[in-house]
Design a protein around this ligand. Structure first.
Ligand code: AMP
Ligand code: ZN
Length: 273
């Protein structure tokens, strides 16, 4: 039986929404531990976030204008009337939960936090691994421009080493986000020109590779939006490394098989399976 129902066998009634078995969750737990170990040296604190976030935070992060096609909102009825928009939207990226924590603060030292959230994106296609609801584990680093960019490069390299050590044939490729509309084309071009976004890809099926992790250098974008500064008064720069927990699990099962007891010993040991 498939460990993620609905992904390969079409058993899900709702496209892009899946149910994960406990065998599958053991792999996800192993991944959480692995990522934690990878960043044990620089991460100060880990958070688990809700699948909803304040609309104000999403707006401050610029998501409704840059990705309106992906955003989902929570509607509710106060008194049994027609449901209307509430002050909550669905989490689009795990790291959005961290910026309000630091809003208005002066960061005395480089800051590194991590967070996991179930994210929603209104994807239009549903090939393997393209879900509308999925788990994202992000490590986010704040600080001075040069140091943050160097951290992004280092983090990307060590994530790639760890993922290939799990037996995945990974590739590190430059990427851009699917920003909305004509302004979006410009944003994506700038993102590519400045090499702000990189993805680690792996095979999920014989003829399909997907990004299993992404590293983004935001420059001062979130520092400015959430008024986070360095001690010298400059806006803090930030970068995040996002792991797609469900996609990594799919890639592992494609590489090693459905039953984890058949997986290579080194991989099982690495994930404590
Ligand atoms: P992004 O913010 O688009 O760079 O996404 C961060 C990571 O989340 C990606 O590298 C993927 O591993 C994962 N991810 C993004 N979109 C989806 C999706 N629709 N379904 C499953 N995983 C996703
Ligand atoms: Zn992020």
């Amino acid at each position: 039986m498939s460990h993620i129902r609905g992904l390969e066998d079409g058993t899900s009634e709702i496209r892009g929404v899946v149910l994960s078995s406990s065998a599958n969750e053991k792999i996800v737990d192993g991944l959480r531990r692995g990522i934690g170990a990878l960043f044990a040296g620089d991460r100060e604190e880990h958070f688990v976030a809700t699948p909803v976030i304040s609309r104000r935070t999403s707006e401050r992060a610029g998501y409704p204008t840059t990705f309106p096609q992906l955003l989902g909102a929570v509607h509710g009825s106060q008194d049994g009337d027609e449901p209307t928009a509430t002050d909550l939207v669905l989490t689009s990226a795990a790291c959005h939960h961290l910026y309000p924590l630091l809003a208005g603060k002066v960061l005395g030292a480089p800051t590194c936090l991590s967070v996991e959230a179930t994210c929603y994106r209104g994807e239009k296609t549903y090939e393997t691994g393209r879900l509308r609801s999925f788990r994202m584990y992000e490590v986010v680093r704040f600080g001075q421009a040069g140091a943050v960019e160097q951290w992004r490069d280092r983090a990307l390299r060590s994530a790639d080493q760890w993922l290939s050590g799990l037996g995945l044939s990974t590739r590190v490729v430059q990427a851009s986000d699917p920003f909305f509309g004509r302004t979006g084309d410009f944003l994506a071009r700038t993102q590519r020109e400045q090499q702000l976004k990189w993805e680690i890809t792996a095979e999920l099926t014989e003829d399909l590779s997907q990004a299993i992790a992404s590293a983004n250098y935001h420059k001062e974008y979130f520092g400015e939006a959430f008024e986070i500064t360095n001690t010298d008064g400059s806006e803090t720069h930030s970068a995040c490394l996002a792991f797609g927990l469900d996609r990594i699990t799919l890639a592992l099962r494609h590489a090693h098989g459905v039953d984890t007891s058949d997986w290579p010993l080194a991989v099982r040991a690495n994930l404590a399976l």
